[in-house]
Design a protein around this ligand. Structure first.
Ligand code: IVH
Length: 719
């Protein structure tokens, strides 16, 4: 028995060392058959002595299926993201900023790595044993996907012994990805089995990690490279080069294309080298990453807007591809807008198959003049939706130009221009315009204030390049679109109400209004008889509807589909008013006082809640729900820039203007583009011009853009 136990321990070690040779060194020393024999022996011992099995045994990669969804997990140290550079100038600026920040002119060492196009994960090792695998999530909280991570064969369940002792706790950061040839095989298999093919290796990797059943994940050819470190208790490192070399000695997979550069010029060269060998690299990359090598310097530089100042991703230029236009049609969205869409001969652009491309509106249609049979150049950058860059007209027998339809392709109602109204106060006596407003509410207010009997309001309709179906709820596309939005993930998040099911329920008159969704369970038996439904699917649907009935206020506001009210505005409304009743009651004046809501959006919201049909619909819906209201009192106290008005001017190099804007707004600031005496701070970047002068004149506090980080940390310092 002792001997067998010794053999059991020994055989685990042997298997682990072969795993290391195969998956990490890419240099196996035994045949597959010999390896299988070892596994067989291990399994035999384990079947005789199940009490010996620990979770680190090589036989324990595929665990049991968890009962429900993944649990969440708070990272010990935040997972940051990278700022981007798109050309040498951006990279040079990044380097100059670092030198300026450090107040030095000395050479900086940069650790250079390919930027893998996969999914970021964090692996937790406690005294060398893998105890957790977590997705990046929002950088602070991720999902516990340990059982799926354990199926990735190149991730050691126990770190390999080396001269360096294991830390008590270690967060290894890295990328899960799929190699190009493995991806092709995976898709071929899927195609053969009539399953969904993946658009690109990144989607396949990310999707595989989110499988509830680890047995499914274990069939996906996932690979891993470590590219960073989070919390590390019990071991101090000096630089990245050391970290990766120690990681490597512990058996963690490290990309062998990584390289240390001793100057920024070497970084330029690294980018060129990797770009030119890109197609020969066995996995998808979308650029390279440069990181300051010395950890003490990293610490000194710190981070801004969740991106380290010491690292940057130098992205490859967006990829373009050439294809042919097969058709152009108009699609009706939930607001009734008809969008021209080009159907393309499927083409792969930057790793994604593209067969449709939106042409946005009539102006774009006119500018490009795409016609059936023409060639087209399609561009895509990262996750950005494909864009038609130019059209290459067919040389002979070119088709006719595309005309905007007169009738809606779905309900045949008239198509009208989507006018935008402007409201003008007219002096009827003098037949002269006095003032223009973006909403009738403002115009009315002005009229009330002036008490002038000669003034009245005139609506002026400005043509936009958008056309619209006039059918309203009678148009099946608009009607269904409204519900598709309502049930979508970011809205009420009801699983099991996909397009086909929704359309069946609408066509059979089960759903006429939002509230009808919440009484569907009363028709359970009838539903079970319908095509595409069964007991199980009805059960699941009823369950997810019940789950969705408990909803955060902002999600409910977003799901109503009020024109111009996206997720951010919905959040702002929820956080300002605190309850649905208060939002419904809010006046136009209350609304324009809300962050980011201007008169046009405020008018849309007021119109929505004044509409009798909408009110009736809400009256039925609200009793079906349990609304989780935000605690607006604690929110007001907790937000750093609450009540402050901040303007931005000049070139900001530390982050994009949008990032800065979002950062300030997420802390409660109202961000404006103009300066007035109400402005509390002006953030001034390079080449700040007249706004800076005006701010000085008005006595507005000025923050140098290079000090944004300190400002965001503690605005009081700039008081
Ligand atoms: S480092 C502190 N290195 O890019 C920087 N990231 O926006 C943290 N990625 O979510 C990331 N290859 O998924 C780093 N060699 C590499 C990378 C890499 C790919 C991904 C990673 C992260 C995103 C950064």
């Amino acid at each position: 028995m002792n001997k067998l136990n010794e053999r059991y321990i020994q055989i685990q070690k042997i298997i682990r060392s072969h795993d290391y040779k195969y998956y990490i060194l890419d240099d196996p020393s035994i045949t597959d058959h010999e390896y299988d024999e070892l596994l067989k022996e291990l399994n035999q011992i384990e079947s005789e002595h199940p009490d010996w099995i620990t979770s680190e045994s090589p036989s324990q990669r595929v665990g049991i299926k968890p009962e429900q969804d993944f649990a969440t997990f708070k990272h010990f140290q935040q997972m940051l993201s990278l700022a981007n550079a798109f050309n040498e100038e951006d990279l040079k600026n990044f380097h100059d900023r670092i030198l300026k920040n450090l107040g030095t002119n000395e050479q900086i060492e940069y650790f250079c790595e390919p930027k893998m196009d996969g999914a970021a994960v964090s692996l937790i090792y406690e005294k060398g044993i893998l105890t957790k695998g977590v997705t990046r999530g929002d950088g602070t909280i991720g999902e516990d996907i340990t059982s799926n991570i354990r199926t990735v064969r190149s991730i050691p369940l126990i770190l390999k012994d080396s001269d360096i002792p294991f830390p008590d706790l270690l967060e290894v950061r890295g990328e899960i990805f799929i190699k190009k040839p493995d991806f092709d095989t995976l898709n071929l298999k899927a195609q053969k089995n009539d399953e969904k093919v993946f658009a690109n290796p990144r989607n396949a990797a990310a999707g595989s990690l989110r499988q509830l059943d680890p047995a499914v994940t274990s069939l996906r050819p996932l690979a891993f490279y470590a590219h960073g470190i989070g919390l590390c208790k019990g071991k101090e490192f000096v630089n990245l080069q050391e970290i990766f070399s120690v990681f490597s000695s512990w058996g963690l997979p490290i990309n062998n294309l990584n390289k240390l550069a001793t100057s920024i010029d070497e970084c330029f060269q690294y980018f060129k080298d990797i770009a030119s060998s890109r197609s020969a690299i066995s996995f998808e990359i979308d650029g390279v990453v440069f990181k300051v090598n010395e950890l003490s310097i990293q610490k000194q530089l710190g981070e801004i807007a969740r991106s380290p100042r010491w690292a940057i991703a130098h992205k490859f230029p967006a990829e373009e591809a050439h294809t042919e236009i097969e058709n152009i049609d108009f699609q009706v969205g939930r607001t009734g807008i008809l969008t021209p869409v080009a159907k393309l001969k499927t083409v792969n652009v930057g790793g994604v198959n593209v067969s449709n491309c939106t042409l946005h509106n009539l102006d774009e249609l006119k500018r490009l003049d795409p016609r059936v049979g023409d060639g087209a150049v399609i561009k895509r950058a990262g996750d950005v939706i494909p864009k038609m860059v130019r059209v290459i007209p067919k040389k002979k027998n070119r088709a006719n130009a595309v005309e905007a339809p007169q009738k809606c392709p779905s309900c045949f109602s008239d198509v009208v221009f989507n006018y935008q109204s402007e409201w003008t106060i007219m002096d009827t006596d003098k037949s002269k315009p006095v003032k223009k407003f973006a909403s009738i509410y403002e115009a009315q207010k002005y009229l009330e204030k002036t008490h002038s009997p000669d003034f009245n309001i005139m609506e002026e309709r400005l043509e936009t390049p958008f056309i619209k179906c006039s059918g309203g709820n009678r148009c099946p596309e608009i009607f269904q679109g409204k519900f598709t939005h309502f049930v979508s993930r970011k809205a009420m998040d009801i699983d099991g109400l996909g397009q086909e099911i929704l359309s069946a329920l609408i066509n059979n008159d089960y759903i006429k209004d939002f509230a009808d969704i919440y009484v569907l369970q009363e028709h359970r038996e009838e539903l079970e008889q319908m095509e595409r439904f069964g007991k199980k699917s009805v059960d699941n649907l009823v369950q997810s509807i019940a789950k969705s009935a408990s909803v955060e206020l902002y999600k409910l506001v977003f799901s109503l589909g009020i024109e111009e009210v996206g997720e951010t505005t919905a959040r702002n409304l929820a956080n300002t008013f605190g309850s649905m009743e208060a939002i419904q009651r809010s006046s136009f004046d209350d609304l324009i006082a809300v962050q980011d809501i201007g008169p046009r959006v405020a008018a849309k919201i007021t119109d929505y809640f004044c509409d009798a049909e909408n009110s009736a619909s809400l009256e039925k819906l609200l009793p079906c729900l349990t609304i989780i209201n935000p605690d607006i009192n604690t929110m007001k106290e907790g937000i750093k820039f609450s009540g402050l008005q901040i303007a931005i001017t000049g070139k900001i190099s530390l982050m994009s203007r949008d990032e800065l804007k979002n950062l300030l707004m997420s802390e409660g600031a109202k961000v404006t583009s103009s300066i007035s005496k109400n402005t509390d701070y002006l953030i001034a970047g390079e080449n700040a011009g007249s706004k800076l002068e005006k701010a000085k004149t008005l006595g507005v506090r000025i923050v140098d853009a290079d000090n944004i980080n300190t400002f965001v940390d503690d605005p009081k310092k700039f008081f």
